[in-house]
Design a protein around this ligand. Structure first.
Ligand code: ZN
Ligand code: ZN
Length: 283
C-alpha cells in the first residue's frame, strides 16, 4: 500500500515527507494506522548514524494508533483495536523468558538493522529499498508494520494520539524507578534530567511514595512541571552547586540516583550524590 513517511536520507539533515510503498503484513505482523508518535533521542542518533541504520530509513519507535489489518497467525489484536507500539523482542531467549524483554538477547538484531531476518525491509520508494522495521515499527509514517509481540492494547478512555511515548520514554523512566531500582516507600532519589524519561521517573517515584524526590534540570519549565508531578526539590545545575545542594537536602546522600542525560560529568555528579550502599541507575 501507499503510505506517507518522514524519511531520513542523510545524517544531520531534515527528514523529508515522501510517499513510500509498504508491504502487506506477514503472518505475525500487524498493520497499524498511526495516530501519534513521539520523537526520541534514539531516532536522532540513528538518523545521524551513531546507530548505523542504513539510509534512507523510516525511523520512529514510540507510536500509538489503530490496527487496520493483522497477519493470519496474530491472535492478540484485531482490526479496530487501539494500540501502543513498543520495542520488539524474541520471546524465547533467557531474558524474555524471565519477563525482561527489554534485555532480549536479540534486541539489536530485532530493532536496529532496518530489515527482517530474511533481509527484506517491507518498505520501498520506487525501486529503492528503504530501511524499515525500526524497533519493529518505523512509525514516522501514516502507517506502521508492527509485530504481534510489540503491540499493547489500550482502553478508549484516553486520547490515543498522546499515548505513543508510553512505548519508549515513559516506560524507560517509570520502569527504572518502579522495577529496576524498585525504590521503596520513604526512600530518597535524585533524578538527573527531566525530559520525557526523567519526568516519567519523577511520576514513578511519586507512585512508589519516595519521601525525597530531587530533580536536577537546567530548564525552568521542566523543573516547574517536575514539582507539580511529585518532585520535592528542584535544582538548577547552571546556577546552583548540585552536589552541595543535594547534601543540604540529604546530608548522608541519596539512596537512589537516576541519570537520563547520558552526559559523563552529570553521571559522575549522580554517583557522588549517593549515600553509602546507594544505587545509581543509568539509561
Ligand atoms: Zn526511544
Ligand atoms: Zn528475547
Amino acid at each position: 500500500m501507499k503510505i506517507t513517511a518522514a524519511v531520513a536520507r542523510a545524517a544531520n539533515a531534515d527528514f523529508t515527507i515522501e510517499p513510500v510503498e509498504l508491504d502487506d503484513p506477514r503472518d505475525d505482523e500487524v498493520l497499524v494506522r498511526v495516530a501519534g508518535v513521539g520523537i526520541c533521542h534514539t531516532d536522532l542518533i540513528a538518523r545521524d548514524q551513531h546507530i548505523p541504520v542504513p539510509l534512507p530509513a523510516v525511523l520512529g519507535h514510540e507510536a500509538s494508533g489503530v490496527v487496520e489489518r493483522v497477519g493470519a497467525r496474530v491472535r492478540k489484536v484485531k482490526a479496530g483495536d487501539r494500540v501502543v507500539l513498543s520495542f520488539l523482542s524474541c520471546g524465547h531467549c533467557e531474558r524474555c523468558e524471565h519477563r525482561e524483554p527489554s534485555y532480549c538477547h536479540s534486541f539489536v538484531a530485532l530493532n536496529f538493522p532496518g530489515v527482517r531476518a530474511d533481509g527484506s525491509s517491507g518498505m520501498r520508494i520506487g525501486e529503492q529499498s528503504v530501511s524499515g522495521r525500526f524497533f519493529g515499527q518505523s512509525s514516522f509514517a501514516t502507517h506502521a508494520l508492527a509485530h504481534e509481540r510489540n503491540v499493547v492494547k489500550v482502553t478508549d478512555e484516553v486520547a490515543l494520539e498522546l499515548l505513543g511515548p508510553l512505548g519508549c520514554g515513559f516506560q524507560t523512566g517509570a520502569g527504572a524507578i518502579m522495577r529496576s531500582l524498585a525504590c521503596e516507600a520513604g526512600s530518597s532519589v535524585a533524578i538527573f534530567g527531566c525530559g520525557a524519561v526523567g519526568i516519567a521517573a519523577v511520576m514513578g517515584a511519586a507512585i512508589q511514595r519516595c519521601k525525597t524526590i530531587i530533580v536536577v534540570e537546567p530548564q525552568a519549565s521542566r523543573r516547574k512541571l517536575a514539582l507539580e508531578l511529585g518532585a520535592t526539590h528542584a535544582i538548577d545545575p547552571m546556577h546552583e552547586d548540585t552536589a552541595a545542594r543535594i547534601r543540604e537536602i540529604a546530608a548522608a546522600g541519596v539512596r537512589y540516583a537516576f541519570d537520563s542525560t547520558g552526559i559523563g560529568p552529570v553521571i559522575e555528579t549522580a554517583l557522588g550524590a549517593l549515600a553509602l550502599h546507594g544505587t545509581l541507575g543509568v539509561v
